[in-house]
Design a protein around this ligand. Structure first.
Ligand code: ATP
Ligand code: MG
Length: 870
């Protein structure tokens, strides 16, 4: 069965069981501070499990792109070495939100695997939770009883908390789980060792394919468990592992998910897969990592220096380095795999097909820049090797190379071993640990449980229509972090405060109670669909109602920038072309930043056109036309633009100004004329094929012009209020150039005269042409004179001094022949004579200079110079 059919069979099976089929959410999470990437199928549905939102259908199924490269689930180091862990993989899942539970989940999983896919039940094992004393939980006899109907009891294994109790994080919904494992070894091997003994033992042919999680508890901050009112089902099946089983192969990499990529790597690198272990690992690493990197770029997460972008950059670099070391690829090549990837996966994931060009460009540039780093690192490593005494290179040196230059440690170790040297690994690991401790301490944070004051499912946002409202506090909690100290997070029944999202900053403002007590709201964010207000203190009268007031001025400025961002987006697509896609946006009160895909720098003319386009729409006084809660399909049919990497609900909000229509949750001005004016401040590159425009609107433009005007007036005054200041400035410049030329010529003449005079003053002392003298020349003049004389004599010893603005300068020139024959050294001379002028310096044996702060010592210094030649 082809992988595409395997995927669609899963989805249609659950569609028949009344599940809604939804597309994969983007891999990068936006409103979850505990998680960077989607690492399991349930992550995009967290808000449902937490009861913060209600799904339209309480049965859902999908295939979800997951990335396990950081945090609690991190498989990165396994990838390439084993045959069944990936960085990016697809997780097929079916969900019940407070609907069906264990009975249906188990029966359907069995039906699908055995009856639909036709897997021989004699290769299957299942596990159930054995219970935990620590958590005072009994064995999951319910699941055991259900499995018994389908599978022989000696194939039902009991598992401990580590394997059979699933937790979302340190806190939150959790529960026992049942895993389904396959044993795909040969009959011969099965006869030797029973599969039973290999389940959950990291055997590459006895692997878990599906995990059925029964969410029935909530883990509190103090570690205790409470029962959940609604019980949920969360299942996850590894798509690539399922393909391995159904295609009768022994490795995920031998399925049609990977073979086309591997063939392409073979062609590009001229290496064969399956002949040499090291080459095989490298090929697996690359075929895996290119998927992770390509999909994350398509989802809007570009490689960068921080956060999620840095994780992606490191994955890409890991692949490049395997190619560099084991496949001899010293030039970019991974970007060439994007073609087959988009060919293979573009149907199931159209975002890849649509953005192929961009993905290729970004990967290629990343590869190039890392290969340059590798080159530099090799030079530095060679230097370290040269400086090393003995046979062991210190861990600190290797760490510096790793930390500052991004030079991978395994490559360092490999190169050292080729040179017969050892790496002090323990020292390296200690440095690494120290760094980890430092960053952990910086990001450490503790979160208390919510204190619930009022049960309220409907904590809605009313800030599109009002900036002030009477609110009740429904829950709050304390969070403590190194960065911000102690803070409170408040949730209200309704709120006019806009939570950070869609690029727009969160609102600030204050809360006031009937007693006149005021608490400032410093920021507003959304977390798993709950709007959280940050304050330094807890309000005094938490059970009373408050007047919640948004800082209107900041909000208005932010709205001007947000609406201008939409107009800018429209302008870029009109003027540059529809290849322009939004790749990031930051809307603040002071300015806006907009990243978009485009291949070249914008010309001055294009920038002017863009600015004019936006300003024309501001002048056109276009009213805001807002449609809330309309079906996404209707909005798209109207011409609204949706963005890759954005997670949309079933219903959306469409924002329209003239012909600009976007799906957007942000806040906007009522009429474009509110913006007053739009001005681009800068344009530049952020990555290959991604440009960034920064711009300002409204008051900021007024400030900008008035500052510029003041600057202009100041300059004009300096030009004696000339009628034509530009002309006056040009005249000054011309005059200046002319004067410079004259001075240069004069100085040349002067040096020539001095040189002539100096020749006559040379003294012959013991066959050395000696002169020590104070000159009226600058440092470069002295150097020129010394070197010119040096060309005419091969036995010179010159010490010159000069004085300039209260400082003294000494220089010494010694012909190279003398340096060699007499062992003289100009560097040493200036260091010694430098003492007279209270200074120091150095240089080369034949020419050196010293500066000092005591010109009064010049004569003495010159007097002392003779001792070197007599
Ligand atoms: P394993 O013990 O094999 O790492 P897991 O316990 O981490 O698996 P779950 O977190 O239960 O797995 O994920 C559900 C399913 O997703 C697994 O049964 C497996 O089929 C698949 N899966 C998990 N991690 C990976 C991975 N890194 N690459 C590919 N598939 C994976
Ligand atoms: Mg795992």
């Amino acid at each position: 069965m082809k992988s595409q059919d395997i995927r669609s069979k899963f989805l249609s099976f659950f569609e028949d069981k009344k599940h809604s089929i939804v597309p994969s959410a983007p891999m990068v999470l936006k409103d979850d501070p505990t998680l960077m990437f989607v690492n399991s199928g349930m992550a995009p549905f967290k808000e449902y499990f937490l009861g913060n939102a209600v799904p339209k259908n309480n049965r859902i199924a999908d295939t979800q792109k997951c990335l396990r490269v950081s945090g609690k689930h991190n498989d990165l180091e396994e990838v390439g070495y084993d045959t069944y862990h990936h960085t990016l993989f697809e997780m097929l899942g079916n969900w019940s939100f407070g609907d069906y539970f264990k009975k249906e989940a188990i029966a359907w999983a069995w039906e699908l695997l055995v009856d639909v896919y036709g897997i021989d039940k004699d290769i299957l094992y299942v596990t159930v939770f054995e219970g935990s004393e620590e958590d005072k939980l009994p064995m999951d006899t319910e699941a055991y009883g259900l499995w018994k109907q389908f599978i022989a009891e000696d194939r039902i294994l009991k598992g401990n908390k580590k394997d059979n109790f699933w937790e979302m994080g340190d806190q939150g919904p959790c529960g026992p789980c049942s895993e389904i494992h396959v044993d795909i070894r040969s009959a011969e091997e099965k006869a030797k060792v029973s599969g039973k003994n290999l389940v959950n033992k990291d055997h590459p042919q006895v692997v878990e394919i599906w995990n059925l999680v029964f969410m029935q508890y909530n883990r509190k901050a103090n570690g205790s468990l409470e029962s959940l009112p609604d019980k949920h089902i969360d299942t996850g099946m590894g798509f690539e592992r399922l393909c391995m089983v159904l295609q009768g192969v022994q490795s995920n990499y031998d399925t049609d998910v990977f073979t086309p990529i591997i063939r392409e790597i073979e062609t590009i690198t001229d290496k064969k897969y399956g002949k040499d272990t090291k080459v095989d690992v490298a090929i697996r690493v690359i075929s895996d990592h290119v998927r992770a990197v390509a999909f994350s770029i398509a989802d809007g997460q570009l490689p960068s220096n921080t956060g999620a972008g840095y994780v992606i950059r490191r994955i890409l670099r890991r692949a490049v380095r395997y190619g560099f070391t084991f496949l001899d690829k010293k030039e970019p090549f991974m970007y060439r795999l994007v073609d087959v990837l988009s060919e293979k996966m573009g149907t199931a994931f159209p975002e890849m097909k649509a953005q192929k060009q961009l993905v290729e460009n970004v990967i290629k540039e990343e590869e190039q820049s890392f290969l340059r780093t590798l080159d530099q690192g090799l030079v530095l490593l060679n230097r370290i090797v040269d400086e090393t005494k003995g046979t062991t290179v210190s861990g600190e040196k290797a760490f510096e190379l790793y930390d500052t230059y991004g030079f991978p440690i395994d490559l360092t170790a490999l190169i050292l071993s080729e040179k017969g040297l050892d790496l002090h690994e323990k020292g390296f690991n200690e440095e690494l640990q120290k760094q980890k401790n430092r960053s952990r301490a910086a990001s450490e944070m503790s979160t208390e449980d919510w204190t619930i004051l009022v049960e309220d499912k409907d904590e809605g946002f009313i800030g599109y229509d009002t900036l002030e409202a009477n609110v009740k506090l429904t829950r709050y909690r304390k969070v403590v972090s190194k960065k911000d100290g102690e803070m409170y997070q408040l949730v209200f029944n309704v709120t006019p405060f806009y939570p950070e999202g869609g690029g727009q900053v969160g609102d600030k403002g204050y809360l006031e109670d009937a007693h006149g007590d005021v608490v400032y709201i410093l920021d507003t964010k959304k977390e798993n669909n709950v709007i959280i207000h940050f304050t330094k203190n807890l309000p005094k009268h938490i059970n009373e109602s408050f007047k919640a007031v948004v800082d209107a001025k900041q909000r208005h400025r932010t709205e001007c920038n947000h609406t201008a961002t939409h107009l800018l987006h429209q302008a870029l697509r009109e003027i540059l072309g529809t290849h322009v896609e939004q790749k990031g946006s930051a809307v603040h009160s002071k300015n806006l930043r907009f990243d978009f895909s485009h291949f070249s720098k914008l010309t001055t003319e294009e920038l002017q056109d863009v600015e004019n386009f936006v300003n024309a729409r501001i002048a056109g006084k276009l009213p805001l036309i807002e449609k809330r809660n309309i079906p996404k399909e209707d909005a798209i049919a109207d011409g609204a633009m949706s963005l890759f990497g954005e997670k949309y609900g079933d219903t959306v909000r469409a924002i329209r100004f003239g012909k600009s229509i976007e799906l957007c949750g942000g806040t906007h001005v009522k009429n474009t004329s509110d913006i007053w004016h739009f001005k681009i401040i800068s344009e530049g590159a952020v990555a290959a094929g991604i440009r960034r425009i920064e711009a300002i609107t409204n008051d900021a433009v007024k400030d900008f012009y008035s500052e510029n005007n003041n600057l202009f007036l100041e300059m004009k005054e300096l030009l004696n209020n000339a009628q034509e200041p530009v002309k006056a400035l040009q005249n000054l410049q011309e005059e200046n150039t002319h004067l410079k030329k004259q001075i240069e010529a004069l100085l040349k003449d002067k040096a020539k005269n001095i040189k002539g005079d100096l020749k006559n003053e040379l003294q012959d002392i013991n066959g050395i042409q000696f002169l020590a003298k104070k000159l009226d020349l600058d440092a470069s003049g002295i150097k020129d004179v010394s070197f010119e004389l040096g060309q005419q004599y091969d036995n010179l010893f010159l010490v010159f001094a000069t004085e300039n603005e209260g400082k003294a300068l000494l220089s010494c020139y010694i012909s190279k022949e003398l340096v060699a024959s007499k062992g003289l050294n100009a560097g040493q001379v200036v260091r010694e004579l430098g003492k007279y002028i209270q200074g120091g310096g150095g240089g080369q044996p034949f020419f050196a200079t010293a500066g000092g702060k005591n010109p009064g010592g010049i004569d003495e210094a010159l007097g002392a110079a003779k001792k070197y030649v007599v």
